[in-house]
Design a binder for this molecule. Sequence first.
Ligand code: URP
Ligand code: ZN
Ligand code: ZN
Length: 462
Amino acid sequence: MSLLIKNGRIITAEQDYAADIYIEKDKINLIGLNLSMEADKVIDAKGKYVIPGGIDVHTHLDMPFGGTKSSDDFETGTRAAAFGGTTTIIDFAVQAKGTRMGDALDTWRKKAEGKATIDYGFHLIITDLPEAGIVDMSEMVREGVTSFKLFMAYPNVLMADDDTIFRAMKYAGKTGSLVCIHAENGRIIDSIVRQSIADGKTAPIYHALTRPTIAESEAVNRSIALAQIAEVPVYIVHLSSNDGLEKVAEARDKGIPVFAETCPQYLFLSLDDMGKPGFEDAKLVFSPPLREKWNQDKLWAGLQKNDIQIISTDHCPFFFNGQKDMGKDDFRKIPNGGPCIEHRMQLIYDGGVNQKRINLNRWVELTSTNPAKMFGMFPKKGTIAPGSDADIVIWDPEKEYTISVQTHHIRVDYSMFEGHKVKGNAEIVISRGDVIVENNEFCGKPGRGNFLKRGIGVAYLY
Ligand code: URP
Ligand code: ZN
Ligand code: ZN
């Protein structure tokens, strides 16, 4: 199969130019002016941007959590991702306490095989690190799982203590892998939560009000300190507040190799979107929670100054009816997480590029190139260059779209961004040379997505 993309404006993290692209099988073969070779399919991209496929490095598909499991599996979740212009994800395999990391990887590979419609990799969530941990981590790296997540939140469930985090960091240093941290002080939050429940404050809004921003900044600071002692880089996931960002920025100013991602929910939603009557706020229960609105500008500034390098989604959907409502009388029982995998590229394009907060190159960098570089997939993914995988999105900058549960492809019964209007959307989505979305139709196949054996990322080159 060959494809010729004509007349497009190619945007990468560094470049912006007019050229044609010739794709043979799964790779970009040639880029040039007025290419005239024969191809099985020709796409006229006049007036459109031609960008590398989006890479979402933080998703939770088919994940057991909070007494239930996330509602998108690898088929529905990756299809929704594709509609939004995302052609690669990194999901999280969770090590059950007392088991080997390889068991978790096997389990998650089976969840994805036969289902994923786009390429996928895994981070490994470490919940337990016995002596064999270094052996397991080395094995994971050999298998292409070159990043690990540890939680400072969710005591007695996922939380790892400082000793475990520190040892994981040291082992990561030996294997060249990257430790990613969920930075919230879980014990302090639990103490505040217990008081809230005792005071009869059980509604969903109290999930947010019992998780102060300083609980995030303390954990960010602690993880940076642990990483400094272990002499390794560290990556903070789903950074949500200015307090947390200040700790990242301070460290980076000192030359400490700290990296961070944020997510659309923290850039576009805030506590102002909560406080709805009844149980509605449960739709916006995730951790870290939404913050006061002024934090949004600070996060955008962090993206502009490169204190934050990546925008992921933390996509972790649960049905409002039948899942979120497990916590009707007690916010602690609301499964934490929100749906976003389909809307990241549009939201960041519209809120970032259209609103002149970032330029086109930075949009591509934050949503595709930096994710590929940070997590060992560059230049196979994250750019448009001869030899790279032909993961390409034909982006229509004029296409208007209103985000809604009525039209989204995520398997969930609400949208976090219901009614949010965006200008700019994916028109044609190509994954390894296959057109998988065209004319608002999905034309990919479940199971066509490949497991990505990732290499070492750029954090060690800082
Ligand atoms: O609320 C969230 N974020 N759920 C997913 C798990 C996590 O912490 O990333
Ligand atoms: Zn997390
Ligand atoms: Zn997450």
